[in-house]
Ligand binder design. Structure first.
Ligand code: AMP
Ligand code: MG
Length: 407
């Protein structure tokens, strides 16, 4: 059996299948959380003109005057005016082009108006060229690279894109993912249940975890019963169509766990089966003849979600231009014995104590108990040789969903 870090290495050294990502045009209002798939260049200087940063008067710093007669008013949204007499001023509003011949703005707070004349309140007011003027091209120049491919589109990116008049962008989206639940006991949520049946939740949980990192992903859901022929036929069809196949359940030692043997028959090469990790030991991983990548996750809801977060998300991240911050380092707030040589993934609830982020390990560490998971913000990884969580020690933390949008 291989270790969790070996499993991670095998997965990370596997190629991302062709066409797993697609580049599509999306309206900007639909692009939140997606990854930019094009470099964005400036079309003109920003600001496009010397822009007044205050409401006040625009003057020439060459003037030695302390009192200025106003020639007119420069307004935001109107063409640039010209100062005729170097000793006069033009009233100027925030956002207006600073008039030709002016190189300094004095805010209204610094002047008094009397009979159409503007007089400096402080006679020693220091007139400095370009004060309160946002100079043309000082933010960026035409043709400058503003945003690189791979950026997550958040509100600041939308602000910049909108400011240059862009209404749609090329973005990267995941394509061609199949999530396959297996098990005779599983019933579609919304249907009636018999006592011996349970609702299938894994496909929805796995899809949600993927979508929180990769919004708009095209993920199709399938279900297969524990019937050898059905498993073989369905998987065969799914493997023809999909590049990434995530199977939940049917990979353990049970009499009706047909997934590993069926994948073998379909020429999907096993790269590993079973990992020294808890939860999630029966994890199966392999590649198909058409470069399909196949994950077989143990059916326990906690195991399947932890494996998705720990192994599938970092694999998908490989296809991005810029790595996501998919894991973070945090301290444990308490010591907890776990006592085994496996790598452990321990759900934690987060709190900030004296400015440091702490994770409180959850004690319900049975992969069957998944109601407790909702009280965790993610899990920490305890290396295989440690056997316990140690208070104040720093661990890798894997938040549920992407923190990229939140930090
Ligand atoms: P398996 O890995 O198929 O042996 O399943 C292990 C446990 O997880 C069993 O108790 C299953 O009923 C449960 N299980 C498997 N798939 C799902 C699912 N999609 N939703 C909820 N529980 C599941
Ligand atoms: Mg099963």
């Amino acid at each position: 059996m291989i270790s969790a870090s070996e499993a991670h290495c095998v997965i990370q050294s596997t190629n991302i299948p062709n066409n797993l990502y697609k580049v599509v045009d999306r309206p900007l209002f639909d692009a939140l959380g997606l990854y930019l798939a094009e470099d964005i260049f400036a079309k003109r200087n920003q600001p496009p003109f010397n822009r007044s940063m205050m409401d006040g008067i625009a003057i020439s710093s060459l003037s030695k005057n302390k009192i200025f007669r106003s020639e007119s008013i420069a307004r935001a949204g109107f063409e640039r005016l010209t100062l005729n007499d170097v000793d006069n001023c033009i009233e100027v509003m925030t956002g207006a082009p600073v008039p030709e011949g002016c190189d300094c703005v004095i805010p209204y707070e610094e002047i008094e108006e009397r009979d159409g004349l503007f007089e400096l309140i402080d006679k020693d007011y220091n007139i400095v060229a370009y004060k309160f003027i946002h100079r043309e091209g000082s933010d960026y120049k035409a043709e400058d690279l503003l945003l690189e491919k791979g950026r997550v589109i958040n509100s600041t990116v939308i602000s910049l894109l909108s400011s240059i008049g862009i209404t749609s962008v090329k973005v990267l989206e995941l394509n061609s993912i199949a999530i396959v639940s297996t098990g005779d006991e599983l019933v579609e949520p919304g249907m009636d249940l018999k006592e011996h049946q349970i609702y299938r939740s894994n496909p929805y949980a796995i899809r949600a975890e993927i979508l929180s990192f990769f919004p708009n992903s095209k993920v199709d859901l399938f279900h297969i019963n524990d019937d050898e022929k059905e498993v073989l036929e369905s998987l065969s069809h799914i493997l023809e169509k999909y590049k990434l196949v995530i199977i939940s359940g049917g990979v353990s030692k049970g009499k009706y766990d047909y997934i590993p043997s069926s994948l073998k028959k379909l020429s999907v090469k096993e790269l590993f089966h079973k990992v020294k990790q808890r939860p999630g030991k029966p994890l199966w991983f392999g590649t198909g003849p058409l470069e399909q990548v196949v994950f077989g996750l143990p059916g326990n809801p906690v195991s399947s979600l932890v494996n998705t977060r720990r192994h599938i998300i970092p694999f998908l991240e490989k296809g991005l231009e810029r790595p996501l911050s998919t894991s973070y380092r945090i301290k444990a707030s308490e010591t907890m014995e776990i006592g085994s040589s496996f790598t452990h993934f321990i759900p934690v609830s987060i709190s900030v104590i004296d400015g440091a982020i702490y994770g409180r390990p959850s004690t319900g560490n049975n992969s069957g108990d998944f109601s407790k998971l909702v009280f965790s913000e993610g899990f920490i990884e305890i290396p295989s040789d440690e056997g316990r969580v140690i208070k104040d020690k720093v661990y890798d933390f894997f938040p549920w969903g992407s923190l990229e949008q939140r930090i």
